[in-house]
Structures are given as C-alpha cells and as structure tokens.
Write a protein that binds this ligand. Structure first.
Ligand code: RM4
Ligand code: MN
Ligand code: MN
Length: 428
C-alpha cells in the first residue's frame, strides 16, 4: 500500500504553494456560487472514475510486449494496485473486472478483499473475443467466427450463457452493470450477412438483458473495426442505440473515446445519446488514429472538454450519474503513472466544463454571436484548474502531487520484489 504518512509528508512540502494557487484562482473565478473555486473543489471531491483491471498491467501491441515488472498476477493484486492509485488520487474508488481474465473462485472473498481496501466493483465486462475454459467445452465451441452473431446456435447460446454468468458473478461482487463489447463482425465481404448478424446480436442481447436484476444496467459498446476488419456488427453509435433499444429498458450506450472513425464528432454523439436517454457511460482514453488507448487528454484535451460540456448540458449544470471508466492499454509507461495522469485529465475537463458560463453561452448562441460563444468556451478551457484538483485530493486525503508521491513511495520497486519481473495481468 501507499503509506498515508508518506502522502502527508509529500503534501506538507507543497502546502504553502498550493494554498497560494487556490487563493489566486478563487479570486479570479468566484463569478457565481456554481462556478466558485469552492463549488468546483466539492464537485471534484465527489467524482470518481473506475479503473479497469486489465490496465494495471502493460498491454503491449500486436508486435510485442515489454513488461514493466511487478505487474499484478491475480484479481486481488489488481485490487491492490487500484487501491494504491486511489490512495493517491482519491478519485478511483472502483475497479472494473473482465471475465474470464478475472475469474475468482471465491467471489464473496474477493468482494471482502475490495471492501477492506476501499475499492468497489464497477461494471463487469464479458469476454467473447477469445475462447475461454468456461465456454469452449473441449474445443467444440469457438468464437473464431463470432459469438452472439455466430451462425451456430450452440455458440450463440454459449455466449449468452457466458454473459449471464458474468452478471451472476457481478451480483456476488456488488456490481450493478454489465458492459458488452463484442467481437462479432465480418472480415471478408460476403462472409456473412449484415442483417442476419445484427438480428442475432439483438436477440442475444435481449436474452442477456432479461437476466439482469432490477437495479442493474447494461451497456452496449460500439467499435468500428477490430477484431473484425471489414465490418463489425456494433460499429457505430447508431447501431449501438438500435441494439440498446432492442435489448430493453435497462440498456444504454457506452462511448469509448477510441472507438470512432477518424474525425468523428464525439461530443455530438454524446449529445444525441443523452437526448434520447440512452447514454450509459464512457471508456476514457485518447487516440490519434484508432483505438490507440493512449493517456486520456494527452492528444486532444479540447475534445475531452467539449464532451464534458455536453455532459453538463445533459445534466442541466451537474454531471449526470453515468458509468465513468478509464480504458487504456499501457505500452511504455508505468500503468499506474498513466492512470494517475488520465484521472487528472478527466478531472481537469470536468472542472473546466463546470466553469463554462452557460447563460453567456446560451445568449451568444441565441444571438448568433459565434465569436462570443467561442470566447465563452475558451475562457473556461484556458483556465488552469489544476490547483483545484490538487486541493480536492488534499482534502480527501490524497496526494497534492500524485505522480511525485507515487515515485517517492517506491511502490513499483516493492512490487517487482514481491511479484517478480515477468508477472502478467491479462490473458491476451
Ligand atoms: C476493447 C474495448 C473493450 C475492452 C477490450 C479489452 O477494445 O475497448 O471495452 O474491454 O478492448
Ligand atoms: Mn472500451
Ligand atoms: Mn478499445
């Protein structure tokens, strides 16, 4: 664990500087109660973004993987890493499991393990993009040609059963949501029929939906390509919406920021889905070309800001309660450092979106004053809100400078000593 004493020492050294920065910012902001420094700090203190269990290890690429060492070997060790992250940020209070990469023998024990470390279980993820022991059954069943859209009924049934089992496991862990990202699609034109595939997936999702407990939600996550490269069944937000509608009332759409064709206007997609009440959640990451899974906000922080503006618009001034998660693959950075940076980027975009003078923006929009509308957005986006994030962390018991504190803690070296240099977290 990250020692509270260490965080305290690290914060003490930064206390005076932070105090001055917050004070300066408070004087400059303070326009209205809703956008005061105090209101922003409180909003940030209440915000948490889930960490995926598969991102606490290095992901690698199709061409290779460079283990950083000390990577978690079990779901318990993944929880340890998220707990360490949360000790620093106080904004990552839950972990999202991927099954069967995470397949506890003793769910009640794992739940308790999380509880002792202050970590809840976020949305569950089902994996039908690989064969796995619980569904392949002696090689008779394979997802090579898809799961819910497979031409063989036995495979489709196995995929539905896997999702139901993931829901049951989630119930035992105290989770309340299932995210379904499917591999189904077509690699070669003519290989399968678009419509038949879609109808099969819709029917499968319906069956899975009917297994959800009353207080559960289900998220359909679209992606334009990968693992299928000619067409994927759930390829865009339109298909995702149709599938969520077909699945049932508890289903809504999950937007992974890396799952769009180049130049897609993601904030507009967010607006549309929110408008029809089917925006379920996010997988945060950033990208230049495709599903690059880079550090959130590292390539296009303005887009992230605009997405949060749409969220605040949807919640009429407050952030809607959706499933917020980071979904990244860390190739060359220490995963925990990358998650610290991504969490910070999400918080920055959130705070900046809260800062937007919504009345002024509306007046500019209704008055067709494009220049003033831009000024209004830029005034918020150009504000360095980082002291408010640091203050929110400090008040919650986290680190003013989480990356520095992480390095000072020697956490990675300790984990290398404990877990070894070649440990592996996920099953890819
Ligand atoms: C996919 C997608 C899913 C994630 C897998 C590992 O590209 O983003 O959300 O579960 O990767
Ligand atoms: Mn994702
Ligand atoms: Mn992805």
């Amino acid at each position: 664990m990250i020692d509270a004493e260490l965080i305290d020492q690290s914060n003490k050294a930064r206390a005076a500087g932070l105090g001055r920065d917050v004070q300066n910012l408070a004087e400059r902001l303070g326009r209205s109660a809703a956008t005061s420094a105090e209101a922003l700090v409180e909003a940030l203190m209440a915000f948490s973004v889930a960490a995926p269990s598969w991102a606490v290890g290095t992901g690698g690429t199709r061409f290779g993987r460079f283990p950083i060492g000390g990577e978690p070997r079990t779901s318990e060790e993944k929880i340890d890493d998220v707990a360490a992250l949360n000790a620093l940020t106080r904004s990552n209070e839950s972990i999202s499991l991927h099954v069967p990469w995470d397949l506890p023998d003793d769910p009640a024990g794992l739940k308790e393990y999380g509880e002792h470390r202050g970590i809840r279980f976020d949305a569950m993820n089902s994996n039908t993009f690989q064969d796995n022991p619980s569904t392949t059954r002696d090689g008779a069943i394979t997802y090579k040609f898809g799961s819910l859209a497979n031409s063989e009924k036995a495979v489709r049934d196995a995929a539905v059963e896997h999702n139901k089992a993931v829901i049951d496991l989630g119930v035992a862990l105290g989770s309340t949501a299932l995210t379904v990202w499917l591999p189904d699609g077509i690699n070669h034109p003519g290989q399968a029929d678009h419509r038949t595939q879609f109808e099969r997936v819709a029917a499968g999702l319906q069956a899975i939906h009917d297994h959800l407990p009353d207080d559960w939600s289900m998220y359909t996550e679209h992606k334009p390509y990968e693992p299928a490269f000619y067409a994927t069944v759930n390829f865009d937000w339109g298909s995702s919406l149709l599938l969520a509608q077909a699945a049932g009332a508890k289903a809504s759409c999950l937007v992974d920021l890396g799952h769009h064709l180049p130049n897609a206007n993601i904030e507009q997609i967010v607006s549309r889905l929110a408008m029809v009440g089917r925006l379920g959640g996010f997988h945060f990451n950033d990208s230049k070309y495709g599903d690059d899974d880079l550090t959130t906000g590292s390539i296009d922080p303005f887009q992230l800001f605009l997405i949060f503006c749409e969220l605040i618009r949807a919640g009429d001034g407050v952030l809607p309660q959706l499933a917020y998660m980071i979904d990244q693959s860390h190739n060359i950075k220490d995963p925990l450092e990358d998650l610290i940076q991504s969490t910070e980027a999400v918080g920055i975009a959130y705070a900046q979106a809260l800062l937007v003078d919504r009345d002024a923006l509306l007046a500019a929009q209704e008055g067709n004053d494009a220049a003033l509308a831009q000024e209004t957005l830029q005034a918020a986006f150009r504000t360095d809100v980082r002291p408010l994030l640091a203050e929110a962390r400090r008040r919650s018991g986290g680190a003013v400078a989480p990356l520095d504190a992480y390095r000072e803690s020697g956490y990675r070296a300790a984990k290398i000593a404990q877990r070894g240099m070649q440990s592996v977290a996920t099953g890819l």
